[in-house]
Design a protein around this ligand. Structure first.
Ligand SMILES: Cc1ncc(COP(=O)(O)O)c(C=O)c1O
Length: 394
């Protein structure tokens, strides 16, 4: 798309699809469900294979429906390039495995998404890459560790599940001063609320399974950033093979069209729910950067255009109160996902940190009595009424 630059809401609808002429004049992007693409002209085949001419050879490498998904997210994140993956964890792992080498070090925080923290704890050390995990949200500790030297600084903002906010511009300055790259997982904020590349991050990635897709119908992942870095990550993915399937790309593209409108509603609902919970006698604490006394409020007010659709809270009665209250929620799936049009709720032990033992969760600073609540696009009054009846038991 060319200037004048369309807004994010318009890019979510038209980005990656505007200039395309679809098969038989279809107005919707077709699902190109083909593993391979045929050529009778060997010179053309060779030129496409060598990347000298646009086109597709084999869907592990590239596919037209998948390419449209990548282009839409690239435009939304304001990036030079984007490449996609079968899942969010493939996006995280392929980024780290392709850019890091033995002897290097990552600096991150304790409560990244459970799968990501497993990479730091188990998989990267096997390849000779160490990870130093700072207390989540402690920017002084992060800056100290970054200054000791590292190749990658990796953060989520807001974090999953404790909903803490990281100052991306500050961490980008620290990373660049140490010669490191800042990689930001933007799954929970979405580009509607935060655009990490504009704040200085080098790469931004997503579990597209969550807010980008928004309907819990398809898994996917995506990484955006400068062309040279994205090319290295793409090359690793095309060889190791965690490619996004065309049908999933189509479902994610369809979900993306409503991203801006969904996220705006989720921002509004989450703020109303957080305010309600903060005043509820059964609730011990609420984590939501939209609340003025939240530790992340000041950074979020500068960095985010909305405070997001995710919050967490704990109950005075601890784990037994959680076990009583959660199943009583009628307008929330008690399930291991987030970012959908429906509300989802669950404790970290069965959601974000299901991969970790109770001891590992404690070491990562994740309380067992916490509830992660991902707000959908329902009416906020109905969500509050539902929480009121569920918490009556607690
Ligand atoms: C912040 C974050 N990053 C990455 C992932 C991994 O994504 P996926 O489940 O699509 O592999 C998740 C999954 O919940 C997540 O919440």
């Amino acid at each position: 798309m060319t200037d004048p630059r369309p807004s994010l809401a318009t890019l979510a609808v038209w980005g990656g699809e505007l200039e395309k002429s679809f098969w038989e004049r279809a107005t919707q992007l077709p699902i190109v469900q083909s593993a391979s693409f045929g050529y009778r002209d060997l010179d053309e085949w060779m030129a496409v294979a060598l990347g000298q001419q646009p086109g597709h050879i084999y869907s592990r490498n590239s596919n037209p429906t998948v390419a449209a998904f990548e282009e839409k997210v690239r435009l939304l994140e304001g990036a030079e390039a984007a490449t996609s993956f079968a899942t969010g964890m493939a996006a995280v792992s392929n980024t780290l495995f392709s850019l890091l080498e033995s002897g290097q070090r990552v600096v991150s925080v304790r409560d990244t998404y459970g799968g990501t923290s497993k990479l730091f704890a188990d998989f990267l050390p096997k390849l000779g890459v160490s990870a130093t995990l700072c207390p989540t949200g402690d920017h002084d500790a992060l800056e100290r560790e970054i200054a000791r030297g590292c190749a990658i600084v990796y953060v989520e903002s807001p974090t999953n599940p404790t909903i803490k906010v990281h100052d991306i511009a500050r961490l980008a300055r620290a990373a660049h001063a140490a010669g490191a790259l800042l990689v930001g997982d933007n799954t929970t904020a979405t580009p509607i609320n935060t655009r990490p590349l504009g704040l200085g991050a080098d790469l931004v990635l997503h579990s597209a399974t969550k807010f980008l897709g928004g309907h819990e119908a398809a898994m996917g992942g995506v990484v955006c950033g400068p062309a040279d870095l994205v090319k290295r990550i793409y090359h690793y993915r095309e060889i190791t093979g965690a490619s996004l399937a065309p049908l999933n790309a189509y479902l994610l593209l369809r979900g993306l069209k409503t991203l801006a409108i969904r996220v705006r509603q989720q921002n509004q609902n989450a703020l109303a729910v957080a305010r309600f919970l903060a005043a509820h006698p059964a609730v011990a604490s609420v984590g939501y950067p939209g609340l003025p006394d939240d530790p992340g409020h000041e950074i979020a007010s500068r960095q985010m255009s909305g405070f997001g659709g995710m919050l967490c809270f704990s109950l005075h009665g601890g784990w037994s109160a959680v076990k009583q209250a959660l199943p009583r929620l009628r307008l929330a799936h008690c399930a291991a996902s987030l970012g959908g049009v429906q509300t989802f709720a669950g404790p970290p032990a069965t959601t974000s940190h299901v991969e970790c033992s109770a001891e590992e969760r404690a070491a990562l600073g994740i309380p067992e009595g916490l509830i992660r609540y991902s707000v959908g696009i329902e009416d906020e009054a109905d969500l509050i009424a539902d929480l009121t009846q569920a918490l009556a038991s607690a």
